[in-house]
Design a protein. Structure first.
Lengths: 114, 115
């Protein structure tokens, strides 16, 4: 009963390094999302993908890229990490097409940029 | 634009106390409303939802009623337990319109329940 799986769970990077955060869901959901969570700011949407082959920017896309590899997988890439990108990153998925289904979240990736 | 405003925390209660976490929203159209809970070290889990005015969502002893006239969706529980200690997020979602970009979150309220 995996749901949404994120890897890695923790990562420490140096400024300027690159990294890809992986996310996979096994619920046959068509929409997938990447959020970052910072203290006092709730969750902010970075990018989302309404379906395989499509991606769109959210509130805070700068410094990130995404790939919707197939229906199951949606990765987030930091090309040149900056300390401001230290955060907890959450992937989520949702079945759209049915009225207001909730989003399902992974357990997060805790990323520190030194 | 759409927004969700939550009661600021942290909130600290004794076990068996009554809980209210306030949530108000601003939205165009007729949103669905959600409460999510985040336990330490975990992702967000759906706690309850309501999809139209006057609906009451309930789960695990928590309740919230969708009040269109006051644009509110306050979370309540009659008797909290230590295991309820978590961060609670209110969120809204507009009806499907072909776009997946819909969920707007409040900033979260940290609840600590003391034995």
């Amino acid at each position: 009963n995996a749901g949404v799986t994120q890897t890695p769970k923790f990562q420490v990077l140096k400024t300027g390094q690159s990294m890809t955060l992986q996310c996979a869901q096994d619920m046959n959901h068509n929409s997938m999302y990447w959020y970052r969570q910072d203290p006092g700011m709730g969750l902010r949407l970075i990018y989302y993908s309404a379906s395989e082959g499509t991606t769109d920017k959210g509130e805070v896309p700068n410094g990130y890229n995404v790939s919707r590899l197939n229906k199951r997988e949606f990765s987030l890439r930091l090309e040149s990490a900056a300390p401001s990108q230290t955060s907890v990153y959450f992937c989520a998925s949702r079945l759209t097409g049915l009225h207001n289904q909730p989003q399902h979240f992974g357990d997060g990736t805790r990323l520190s940029i030194l | 634009g759409d927004s969700v405003t939550q009661m600021e925390g942290p909130v600290t209660l004794s076990e068996e106390a009554f809980l209210t976490i306030n949530c108000t929203y601003t939205a165009t159209g007729y949103p669905s409303l959600f409460w999510y809970v985040q336990y330490p070290g975990e992702g967000l889990q759906l706690l309850l939802k309501a999809t139209k005015a006057d609906d009451k969502g309930s789960n695990k002893g928590f309740e919230a009623t969708y009040r269109k006239e006051t644009t509110s969706f306050h979370l309540e529980k009659g008797s909290v337990q230590v295991s309820d200690s978590a961060v609670y997020f209110c969120a809204l979602s507009l009806p499907d319109s072909g776009s997946a970009r819909q969920l707007t979150f409040g900033s979260g309220t940290q609840l600590t329940v003391l034995p």
